[in-house]
Design a protein around this ligand. Sequence first.
Ligand code: ATP
Ligand code: MG
Length: 255
Amino acid sequence: MSIKISIQGLSKQFRTGNMTVKALDTCDLDVREGEFICIVGPSGCGKTTLLRIIAGLESPSAGSVAIRRGESGQPLTSMVFQETSIFPWMTVRANVSYGLKLRGVPQAEIDRAVNHFLGLMGLDRFADAYPYQLSGGMKQRVSVARAFANDAEVLLMDEPFAALDEQTKIVLQEELLRIWGASGKTVIFITHSIDEALVLSDRVIVMSGRPGRLKADLKIDFARPRAVYDLKGDPEYGRLSREIWMMLREEVARK
Ligand SMILES: Nc1ncnc2c1ncn2[C@@H]1O[C@H](COP(=O)(O)OP(=O)(O)OP(=O)(O)O)[C@@H](O)[C@H]1O
Ligand SMILES: [Mg+2]
Protein backbone atom coordinates (compact mmCIF):
# COMPACT_ATOMS: atom_id res chain seq x y z
CA MET A 1 0.00 0.00 0.00
CA SER A 2 1.12 3.54 -0.63
CA ILE A 3 2.67 5.83 1.94
CA LYS A 4 0.19 8.25 3.46
CA ILE A 5 2.38 10.04 6.00
CA SER A 6 6.11 10.42 5.67
CA ILE A 7 8.10 11.79 8.61
CA GLN A 8 11.77 12.47 8.01
CA GLY A 9 14.47 13.61 10.39
CA LEU A 10 11.91 15.29 12.60
CA SER A 11 13.30 17.18 15.59
CA LYS A 12 11.66 19.66 17.91
CA GLN A 13 13.11 21.95 20.55
CA PHE A 14 11.09 24.21 22.80
CA ARG A 15 12.62 27.38 24.19
CA THR A 16 11.08 28.80 27.34
CA GLY A 17 13.06 31.79 28.64
CA ASN A 18 16.67 30.60 28.64
CA MET A 19 15.77 26.94 28.95
CA THR A 20 15.70 24.63 25.93
CA VAL A 21 13.81 21.35 25.99
CA LYS A 22 14.62 18.85 23.33
CA ALA A 23 11.30 17.08 22.78
CA LEU A 24 11.93 15.07 19.61
CA ASP A 25 15.18 13.92 18.08
CA THR A 26 15.49 12.94 14.39
CA CYS A 27 12.38 10.79 14.09
CA ASP A 28 11.73 8.90 10.86
CA LEU A 29 8.43 7.16 10.26
CA ASP A 30 6.39 6.12 7.26
CA VAL A 31 2.72 5.34 7.76
CA ARG A 32 0.90 3.50 5.00
CA GLU A 33 -2.51 4.44 3.71
CA GLY A 34 -5.16 2.80 5.91
CA GLU A 35 -2.67 1.68 8.53
CA PHE A 36 -3.45 1.78 12.26
CA ILE A 37 -0.39 2.80 14.27
CA CYS A 38 -0.12 3.03 18.04
CA ILE A 39 2.61 5.02 19.75
CA VAL A 40 3.67 4.23 23.31
CA GLY A 41 6.39 5.87 25.37
CA PRO A 42 7.15 7.35 28.77
CA SER A 43 5.43 10.56 29.89
CA GLY A 44 7.09 13.66 28.45
CA CYS A 45 8.84 11.83 25.58
CA GLY A 46 7.22 13.96 22.89
CA LYS A 47 4.18 11.93 21.78
CA THR A 48 1.73 14.83 21.88
CA THR A 49 4.32 17.08 20.25
CA LEU A 50 4.71 14.56 17.42
CA LEU A 51 0.95 14.41 16.87
CA ARG A 52 0.61 18.21 16.97
CA ILE A 53 3.32 18.55 14.34
CA ILE A 54 1.58 15.96 12.12
CA ALA A 55 -1.67 17.94 12.54
CA GLY A 56 0.12 21.15 11.54
CA LEU A 57 -0.51 22.76 14.93
CA GLU A 58 3.19 23.03 15.72
CA SER A 59 6.17 23.48 13.42
CA PRO A 60 9.25 21.23 13.45
CA SER A 61 12.69 22.60 14.39
CA ALA A 62 14.21 20.33 11.75
CA GLY A 63 12.99 17.67 9.34
CA SER A 64 9.61 17.34 7.68
CA VAL A 65 6.17 15.77 7.72
CA ALA A 66 4.38 15.13 4.45
CA ILE A 67 0.82 13.84 4.19
CA ARG A 68 -0.42 12.71 0.80
CA ARG A 69 -3.84 14.17 0.16
CA GLY A 70 -6.59 11.98 -1.32
CA GLU A 71 -9.07 13.19 -3.92
CA SER A 72 -12.20 12.99 -1.80
CA GLY A 73 -12.28 16.60 -0.60
CA GLN A 74 -12.47 15.36 3.00
CA PRO A 75 -10.42 17.24 5.59
CA LEU A 76 -6.91 15.89 5.89
CA THR A 77 -6.66 15.32 9.64
CA SER A 78 -8.92 15.28 12.68
CA MET A 79 -7.49 15.27 16.16
CA VAL A 80 -8.80 14.04 19.48
CA PHE A 81 -6.76 15.95 22.07
CA GLN A 82 -5.39 14.53 25.29
CA GLU A 83 -7.30 17.10 27.33
CA THR A 84 -10.90 17.72 26.43
CA SER A 85 -11.04 20.38 23.81
CA ILE A 86 -14.74 20.82 23.14
CA PHE A 87 -16.17 24.33 23.06
CA PRO A 88 -17.79 25.13 26.42
CA TRP A 89 -20.26 27.61 24.91
CA MET A 90 -21.70 25.10 22.43
CA THR A 91 -24.12 22.26 23.06
CA VAL A 92 -23.01 18.66 22.52
CA ARG A 93 -24.78 18.63 19.15
CA ALA A 94 -23.16 21.88 18.04
CA ASN A 95 -19.73 20.61 19.09
CA VAL A 96 -20.07 17.37 17.13
CA SER A 97 -21.49 19.23 14.08
CA TYR A 98 -18.75 21.84 14.09
CA GLY A 99 -16.38 20.52 11.40
CA LEU A 100 -19.20 19.51 9.05
CA LYS A 101 -20.84 22.96 9.40
CA LEU A 102 -17.57 24.69 8.59
CA ARG A 103 -17.35 22.66 5.42
CA GLY A 104 -20.88 23.60 4.37
CA VAL A 105 -22.19 20.01 4.44
CA PRO A 106 -26.01 20.01 3.93
CA GLN A 107 -27.95 20.11 7.22
CA ALA A 108 -29.76 16.79 6.65
CA GLU A 109 -26.43 15.03 6.17
CA ILE A 110 -24.98 16.71 9.28
CA ASP A 111 -28.00 15.59 11.33
CA ARG A 112 -27.65 12.03 10.09
CA ALA A 113 -23.92 11.81 10.91
CA VAL A 114 -24.23 13.59 14.24
CA ASN A 115 -27.16 11.48 15.43
CA HIS A 116 -25.31 8.35 14.41
CA PHE A 117 -22.17 9.17 16.39
CA LEU A 118 -24.04 10.57 19.39
CA GLY A 119 -25.92 7.28 19.51
CA LEU A 120 -22.71 5.25 19.33
CA MET A 121 -21.15 7.25 22.13
CA GLY A 122 -24.25 6.90 24.30
CA LEU A 123 -24.83 10.64 24.24
CA ASP A 124 -28.18 10.95 22.44
CA ARG A 125 -29.97 12.12 25.56
CA PHE A 126 -27.38 14.81 26.08
CA ALA A 127 -27.40 16.33 22.59
CA ASP A 128 -28.71 19.65 23.91
CA ALA A 129 -26.59 19.72 27.06
CA TYR A 130 -23.58 21.99 27.52
CA PRO A 131 -20.14 20.60 28.42
CA TYR A 132 -20.33 21.87 32.03
CA GLN A 133 -23.33 19.55 32.49
CA LEU A 134 -21.30 16.47 31.50
CA SER A 135 -18.85 14.22 33.31
CA GLY A 136 -15.19 14.06 32.25
CA GLY A 137 -15.68 10.78 30.37
CA MET A 138 -18.75 12.15 28.59
CA LYS A 139 -16.81 15.23 27.43
CA GLN A 140 -14.12 12.93 26.09
CA ARG A 141 -16.78 10.95 24.21
CA VAL A 142 -18.02 14.20 22.66
CA SER A 143 -14.57 14.91 21.29
CA VAL A 144 -14.30 11.37 19.90
CA ALA A 145 -17.74 11.77 18.27
CA ARG A 146 -16.65 15.09 16.78
CA ALA A 147 -13.51 13.56 15.28
CA PHE A 148 -15.44 10.61 13.81
CA ALA A 149 -18.21 12.83 12.43
CA ASN A 150 -15.67 15.11 10.79
CA ASP A 151 -14.66 12.20 8.56
CA ALA A 152 -11.03 13.22 7.91
CA GLU A 153 -8.59 11.07 5.96
CA VAL A 154 -6.25 10.75 8.94
CA LEU A 155 -7.39 10.36 12.56
CA LEU A 156 -4.89 11.58 15.16
CA MET A 157 -5.88 10.39 18.63
CA ASP A 158 -4.00 11.40 21.76
CA GLU A 159 -4.96 9.01 24.57
CA PRO A 160 -8.62 9.43 23.67
CA PHE A 161 -9.94 6.69 25.95
CA ALA A 162 -7.64 7.18 28.94
CA ALA A 163 -10.31 8.84 31.10
CA LEU A 164 -13.02 6.26 30.41
CA ASP A 165 -14.17 3.34 32.51
CA GLU A 166 -13.08 -0.12 31.38
CA GLN A 167 -16.44 -1.17 29.87
CA THR A 168 -16.96 2.04 27.90
CA LYS A 169 -13.36 1.86 26.75
CA ILE A 170 -13.78 -1.62 25.28
CA VAL A 171 -17.01 -0.62 23.53
CA LEU A 172 -15.31 2.42 21.99
CA GLN A 173 -12.18 0.46 21.03
CA GLU A 174 -14.34 -2.02 19.14
CA GLU A 175 -16.29 0.82 17.59
CA LEU A 176 -13.10 2.55 16.51
CA LEU A 177 -11.91 -0.69 14.91
CA ARG A 178 -15.24 -1.05 13.12
CA ILE A 179 -15.18 2.53 11.78
CA TRP A 180 -11.56 2.16 10.76
CA GLY A 181 -12.24 -1.18 9.05
CA ALA A 182 -15.15 0.27 7.09
CA SER A 183 -13.53 3.58 6.14
CA GLY A 184 -9.92 2.81 5.27
CA LYS A 185 -8.76 5.79 7.33
CA THR A 186 -5.19 6.08 8.50
CA VAL A 187 -4.99 6.24 12.29
CA ILE A 188 -2.21 7.35 14.64
CA PHE A 189 -3.20 6.59 18.19
CA ILE A 190 -1.24 7.44 21.32
CA THR A 191 -1.74 5.39 24.44
CA HIS A 192 -0.07 4.54 27.72
CA SER A 193 -1.70 1.14 27.66
CA ILE A 194 0.24 -1.75 26.11
CA ASP A 195 -3.02 -3.73 26.01
CA GLU A 196 -4.77 -1.01 24.08
CA ALA A 197 -1.89 -0.73 21.60
CA LEU A 198 -1.87 -4.51 20.97
CA VAL A 199 -5.62 -4.77 20.59
CA LEU A 200 -5.94 -1.90 18.12
CA SER A 201 -2.90 -1.56 15.94
CA ASP A 202 -1.09 -2.98 12.93
CA ARG A 203 2.16 -1.61 14.32
CA VAL A 204 3.32 -0.40 17.70
CA ILE A 205 5.99 2.31 17.77
CA VAL A 206 7.87 2.49 21.06
CA MET A 207 9.47 5.85 21.87
CA SER A 208 12.45 6.46 24.11
CA GLY A 209 12.40 8.93 26.99
CA ARG A 210 13.15 12.60 26.29
CA PRO A 211 14.37 13.53 23.76
CA GLY A 212 11.90 11.26 22.06
CA ARG A 213 13.34 8.91 19.49
CA LEU A 214 11.59 6.05 17.76
CA LYS A 215 13.10 3.12 19.56
CA ALA A 216 11.23 0.12 18.14
CA ASP A 217 8.69 -0.67 15.49
CA LEU A 218 6.76 -3.92 16.08
CA LYS A 219 4.38 -5.51 13.67
CA ILE A 220 1.12 -6.72 15.26
CA ASP A 221 -0.31 -9.49 13.15
CA PHE A 222 -3.46 -10.67 14.96
CA ALA A 223 -6.28 -11.51 12.57
CA ARG A 224 -9.03 -8.96 12.06
CA PRO A 225 -11.75 -8.27 12.92
CA ARG A 226 -10.51 -8.48 16.50
CA ALA A 227 -12.63 -9.08 19.55
CA VAL A 228 -10.87 -7.10 22.23
CA TYR A 229 -11.36 -9.66 24.99
CA ASP A 230 -10.58 -12.81 23.00
CA LEU A 231 -7.13 -11.62 21.97
CA LYS A 232 -5.79 -11.52 25.48
CA GLY A 233 -5.66 -15.31 25.68
CA ASP A 234 -3.33 -15.62 22.66
CA PRO A 235 0.27 -16.65 23.63
CA GLU A 236 1.68 -14.21 21.05
CA TYR A 237 -0.21 -11.46 22.88
CA GLY A 238 1.61 -12.28 26.10
CA ARG A 239 4.98 -12.36 24.33
CA LEU A 240 4.50 -8.98 22.62
CA SER A 241 3.13 -7.41 25.75
CA ARG A 242 6.20 -8.50 27.69
CA GLU A 243 8.58 -7.31 24.96
CA ILE A 244 7.03 -3.82 24.92
CA TRP A 245 6.92 -3.67 28.71
CA MET A 246 10.67 -4.48 28.94
CA MET A 247 11.45 -1.65 26.52
CA LEU A 248 9.29 0.84 28.38
CA ARG A 249 10.70 -0.20 31.74
CA GLU A 250 14.20 0.47 30.45
CA GLU A 251 13.13 3.99 29.43
CA VAL A 252 11.44 4.78 32.72
CA ALA A 253 14.51 3.50 34.61
CA ARG A 254 16.80 5.74 32.50
CA LYS A 255 15.09 8.93 33.70
N1 ATP B 1 4.52 24.40 24.05
C1 ATP B 1 5.54 23.93 24.76
N2 ATP B 1 6.47 24.75 25.27
C2 ATP B 1 7.52 24.28 25.97
N3 ATP B 1 7.75 22.97 26.20
C3 ATP B 1 6.86 22.11 25.70
C4 ATP B 1 5.71 22.52 24.97
N4 ATP B 1 4.99 21.42 24.61
C5 ATP B 1 5.67 20.38 25.12
N5 ATP B 1 6.79 20.78 25.76
C6 ATP B 1 7.79 19.90 26.39
O1 ATP B 1 8.14 18.89 25.46
C7 ATP B 1 8.30 17.62 26.10
C8 ATP B 1 7.36 16.62 25.43
O2 ATP B 1 6.00 16.95 25.75
P1 ATP B 1 4.76 16.12 25.17
O3 ATP B 1 3.53 16.79 25.63
O4 ATP B 1 4.94 15.95 23.71
O5 ATP B 1 4.97 14.71 25.90
P2 ATP B 1 4.06 13.40 25.89
O6 ATP B 1 4.94 12.28 25.42
O7 ATP B 1 2.81 13.65 25.18
O8 ATP B 1 3.79 13.18 27.46
P3 ATP B 1 2.48 12.55 28.21
O9 ATP B 1 2.58 11.07 28.02
O10 ATP B 1 2.69 12.95 29.64
O11 ATP B 1 1.27 13.16 27.58
C9 ATP B 1 8.00 17.88 27.57
O12 ATP B 1 9.25 18.03 28.24
C10 ATP B 1 7.25 19.18 27.60
O13 ATP B 1 7.54 19.90 28.76
MG1 MG C 1 0.84 13.75 25.71
